[in-house]
Design a protein around this ligand. Sequence first.
Ligand SMILES: Cc1cc2nc3c(=O)[nH]c(=O)nc-3n(C[C@H](O)[C@H](O)[C@H](O)COP(=O)(O)OP(=O)(O)OC[C@H]3O[C@@H](n4cnc5c(N)ncnc54)[C@H](O)[C@@H]3O)c2cc1C
Length: 384
Amino acid sequence: MDFSWTPEQQRFRQELHDFILREMPSGSERGEEGHSPEFSRKLGKAGWIGSSWPVEYGGRGLGAMERLIYSEEMVLTGAPIGYHHIAERQMGPSIIMFGTEEQKRSFLPRIAAGECAFCIGYSEPNAGSDLASLTTRAVQDGDDYIVNGAKVWNSAHRADYIWLATRTDPDVPKHKGISVFLVDLKTPGITIQPILNMANHHGFNLVTFENARVPGSAMVGERDRGWYVAAGNLDFERSGIERVGRYYPMWQEFLGFVREAKPDGRRLAEDALVRHRLAEVQIEFDVGRLMCYNVAYMMSQGKVPNIEASASKVFGCETSQRMARAMFDVMGLYGQLEPGSRRAPLAGRIERTWMTCISLTIAGGTSEVMRNIIAQRGLGLPRG
Ligand SMILES: Cc1cc2nc3c(=O)[nH]c(=O)nc-3n(C[C@H](O)[C@H](O)[C@H](O)COP(=O)(O)OP(=O)(O)OC[C@H]3O[C@@H](n4cnc5c(N)ncnc54)[C@H](O)[C@@H]3O)c2cc1C
């Protein structure tokens, strides 16, 4: 088995790495939480976003392995990708797969330029894991659809468009009768209400639709067959390396801290329990990273990873949680100190990491749901 990169891929990585370090704004939040439309535009202008998409739609026609290198560099450097990330990761590829020619020409160049952000409109107050029970209605009115309902736990406050799953036929089994639309969040009748998460951060919203008029041309894929569009879109969401890598920049800083720290006059790095715990997490990170490489490799061979995407999602998220917990535990009571506290190690970021890691195994489909997919589609076991 040859895991090495081609010279072109190594050059691609190095150029991107240098670009990120040169252009990354200082002081902004990092990773997916980091919201910098300016940085996104710089990335877009330099041709890094959507580089695997066809040239005629604003891409560079590169392959799935280059896309993997792109996301790995974003994750490992902690680049603030929050503005364009969702659109780049899952809307662009979904529009390529399911969109009309008009949608491709309208959206892909704007996403690739870092000028168009999306949020995901799937979950509702009464539909989460069982997404097919969604009740947001889209009723045809001439060439348009009138939308009424509510979507929750999305990042609409940072987006221009919502990728909206609606019910267009309520009289058929629930997986049927669903249609997906690309909806401009400035459409009259849409209201965005903020929700604070457990880290006291505005991470979510409740978006309500009251007679919002959406053109029929905004529908993605066939009417009433949106379940397949949504499922394909979720596979793109679940297979990213950000699941396993999101705390890796923090992990590197933490290892530096552990090497130097002497809390009781004795070096933390010499404590056998600490050493073994950290070694174990590092092994898991390396395994999770290889699972993401495998998903990208399958895509580069024209295959559609589904079980593999779910496996990499569940393992990646749980590894990130183990990473966060290991950092928290090694710090003892000091790990709980918040940013701003005088004695907080690493400026309180360990506590932040802990507070955000809980949600990883819920967002994008819970670990239970991922295991159900693997059991059913991978192992051929009956539906649970
Ligand atoms: C950080 C974060 C970001 C998110 N971003 C978005 C977003 O951008 N857009 C969006 O639409 N949604 C988003 N969500 C919502 C997320 O998709 C849902 O929270 C998730 O799908 C679970 O749905 P639920 O919260 O309704 O829980 P429920 O579906 O009510 O589940 C409750 C519990 O029951 C378990 N459970 C449910 N069904 C089964 C089953 N069949 N077998 C075994 N166990 C089961 C679940 O695993 C869970 O533990 C986000 C959530 C979080 C935490």
